[in-house]
Write a new protein. Structure first.
Length: 295
């Protein structure tokens, strides 16, 4: 479990870096950034799988598709679910919808916990129950302030649980499944890049893009790999609860970019941060228990 916790935290950190990174990629729009991200992440993930000797996961998936062509339909569904989330993550900061998406990420761990309980019958530890209670307090306050949920919020909070449940159902919850999902997104990614606003004149005015765009693929690949590894190594509920690390880091990025937390928002963020602290204590407790077993 400790490797899963480290993978989840690393994924959250890399996603936060990428959230800030979009501000450096002007004049690209959200769709073109999504396109470049997919086109550049794909070879990075492929190289990683070759080095880590995980490529048989892809060949095994191809063999399963030949035996059961209906599996390809399921892969199209998981690919679409992932593509929408990756696009929304890059689109929202550029269109003034960061608050709605952030609220979705605040709600996501709760929806993951409920999904884990309802679908897999998972039970929570006392500290995890305390973390849920803290998180529900913050999310409840946010809902009270806004009165309703935007479509971006519902898409994040409801889309990811469906995505992970479907991947487990299809038995594609591994790097081979991630590779297949990304591969099916390549046509859309190529379309967004070709139709995007970036021109040769823009590259002359912003020569830093020659390095920034390829680096986007590296950051994205590392984030996705860590995220998938965490989803494999952790129980569904704990994996969902650790997702609170990401929105906390996204808030830090927003502050770094010049945004501020209003006085009436502190009752939303403080309980969420307390939930993260409780989860850290849960991880430390587990590591100490493991060390005692080894001694």
């Amino acid at each position: 479990m400790s490797k899963g916790i480290v993978s989840s935290v690393m994924a959250s950190f890399m996603f936060a870096v990428m959230y800030f990174y979009t501000s450096l990629l002007s004049p690209l729009d959200g769709e073109e950034i999504f396109g470049w991200r997919m086109l550049l992440t794909m070879p990075c993930v492929t190289l990683f799988m070759l080095i880590s000797r995980d490529w048989p996961l892809v060949t095994g998936l191809f063999a399963r598709i030949r035996q059961n062509p209906w599996l390809l339909l399921g892969l199209c569904a998981t690919s679409a679910l992932m593509g929408v989330q990756l696009w929304l993550f890059l689109w929202a900061p550029l269109h003034g919808r960061s608050l709605e998406v952030s609220l979705g990420y605040f709600l996501l761990p709760l929806s993951m916990v409920l999904t884990g309980r309802a679908v897999y019958g998972e039970r929570l530890s006392r500290l995890q129950k305390l973390a849920v209670l803290c998180a529900m307090t913050g999310v409840g306050h946010a809902l009270y302030q806004q009165g309703s949920f935007a479509w971006e919020t519902l898409l994040v909070a409801g889309g990811y649980p469906v995505y992970f449940v479907l991947r487990r159902k299809l038995r594609t919850d591994h790097l081979g499944g991630l590779w297949a999902d990304m591969c099916l997104l390549l046509p859309a990614a190529l379309y967004f890049v070709v139709q995007g606003p970036l021109s040769a004149a823009d590259l002359e005015q912003h020569p830093g893009l020659y390095a920034l765009i390829p680096l986007l693929g590296v950051i994205s690949a590392l984030a996705l790999i860590c995220y998938v590894l965490a989803s494999r190594l952790l129980a569904f509920s704990l994996f969902g609860l650790l997702s609170y690390v990401e929105p906390v880091l996204l808030v830090a990025v927003a502050l770094l970019l010049g945004e501020s937390i209003r006085a009436d928002q502190w009752l939303t963020y403080i309980p969420i941060w307390l939930a993260v602290v409780v989860l850290v204590l849960e991880g430390i407790k587990h590591l100490l228990r493991q060390r005692r077993r080894l001694l």
